[in-house]
Design a protein around this ligand. Structure first.
Ligand code: HAM
Length: 422
């Protein structure tokens, strides 16, 4: 019987996995330099958490969640995103009492039952960061700087950061009425079922795939209707970004598919990569901690999709430090019983560099071909018939040396020193 992976999932195998590791390392390195600490939360959470945080009427909650009842009758959901989980963990572990801003980062699989297509999977992976505990627009700027630094570190010199403000409740209430009125004026061009949804949450129109920009741009934008305080916050974010030399494009129609956002929102696009597919999205969510039962605590964060980043990189990572150390030694086992000597040899060599022992039982010639193909520097041949002696093949110089088994470390020291000096 043959099995295949579920639709919308991927196996990430060598050599492509090296690109993944490269992206993860750049992300880790940048986050750690900004003082972020790692957080790991469960992949399953109670369904209510996402309904509450992401929003009852959002596409994610209404159509895309992997929800099941466990044997104890609880409704659980495979996390469609991680911000809700981070906030749940922040509160559950009393981190709101730790004082100051908590800067947390993460990496892991997320699950959304969406129609699989380029850049859209049912199991996908995000790296992300959340900074919890400040309203200060400077924190928004620091977060966007971090994002840009990750992309620069990956070799994307020219990402497009799109920025908007969705305002807070004081803007949203009056704007909702204005938008709804404008929408009713366009009702003839909108199908009745969607119109019913927009009556519940009119800003969903900006996120809908059914209606093009032309229709959307006939509607008033939120950023043109911000209350004074929200407008000032947004203006300060833009000023600080400009003085920090961070390039951005203001997009008054940018909204996000999750309901928890307030004020600053942003997405990152990359020129040649699908115009519709953001590499990264994020923003402020100043009400979420309180909505999840905690004290009023502002926060901002982002997540970036690894599949999309890897695909946008499209193999442009040659020679980058993702693949781990290159294979240095390859131990060839020739003849029955050679393993007894090859195993301790492997341990000795691994203390010097990456080493692999060939237990395939294939011919010496075949094993040597593999050593060469894998790019090993030296092949160490253990011949069962020759107790105490080894052949070391220099796979670059294509020369063989006969070396006493006990003298191998010294032989390698001499050779590698010469090589280092050359
Ligand atoms: P999001 O925009 O839903 O935001 O997802 C962030 C990123 O995840 C997207 O820009 C995209 O790169 C990737 N992504 C989303 N869905 C898929 C999919 N089906 N297949 C492949 N990649 C996908 C969030 O998840 C928020 N939690 C971001 C955030 C953090 N906001 C504040 N803090």
């Amino acid at each position: 019987m043959r099995f295949s992976r579920p639709r919308g999932t991927q196996d990430i195998i060598p050599p492509e996995v090296d690109t993944w590791r490269f992206v993860e390392r750049v992300f880790e390195e940048v986050c750690e330099r900004y003082g972020y600490r790692w957080i790991r939360t469960p992949i399953i959470e109670s369904t209510d958490l996402f309904v509450r945080a992401v929003g009852e009427g959002s596409d994610i909650v209404t159509k895309e969640m992997y929800t099941f009842t466990d044997r104890g009758g609880r409704s659980l959901t495979l996390r469609p995103e991680n911000t809700a989980s981070v906030i749940r963990a922040y509160l559950e572990n009393g981190m709101h009492r730790w004082g100051g801003i908590q800067r947390l980062c993460y990496l892991g699989p997320m699950f959304r039952y969406d129609r699989p297509q380029a850049g859209r999977y049912r199991q996908f992976h995000q790296v992300g960061a959340e900074a919890i505990g400040s309203f200060n627009p400077a924190l928004d700027v620091e977060m966007i700087q971090l994002v840009v630094e990750v992309f620069t570190g990956l070799g994307f010199s020219d990402v497009d950061v799109r920025l908007n403000s969705l305002g807070a409740a004081q803007s949203r209430g009056p704007y909702r009425a204005i938008l709804l009125e404008a929408l009713e004026g366009l009702a003839a061009r909108i199908d009745p079922e969607s119109m019913d949804r927009y009556r519940q949450n009119p800003m969903r129109i900006f996120d809908s795939k059914e209606y093009g920009d032309a229709l959307k741009r006939e509607l008033p934008s939120i950023s043109a209707h911000l209350a004074t305080e929200d407008g000032e916050h947004f203006a300060r974010v833009k000023d600080l970004l400009t003085s920090a030399g961070v390039r951005f494009t203001e997009d008054p129609y940018l909204v996000r598919g999750l309901d928890y956002y307030t004020r600053t929102v942003f997405e990152v696009y990359y020129g040649s990569y699908g115009a519709q597919s953001a590499l990264c999205g994020g923003g402020r969510y100043d009400d979420l901690v309180e909505e999840c039962g905690g004290p009023a605590t502002p926060a901002i964060g982002f997540s970036a999709g690894l599949e999309r980043i890897v695909s946008a990189l499209a193999g442009r990572v040659e020679g980058k430090p993702g693949a781990g150390p290159p294979l240095r030694y390859y131990v060839v086992c020739d003849g029955e019983g050679s393993e007894d000597r090859a195993l301790p040899l492997g341990s000795m060599l691994r203390a010097r560099g990456a080493a692999e022992v060939d237990f395939s039982g294939r011919s010496r010639k075949k094993q040597l071909q593999v050593a060469e193909k894998k790019g090993a520097r030296f092949a160490v041949i253990v011949d069962a018939a020759r107790e105490g002696a080894l052949t070391v093949r220099d796979l670059v110089a294509h020369s063989d040396a006969e070396v006493a088994e006990a003298a191998l470390p010294q032989w390698l020291d001499d050779h590698e020193e010469k090589e280092g000096g050359a």
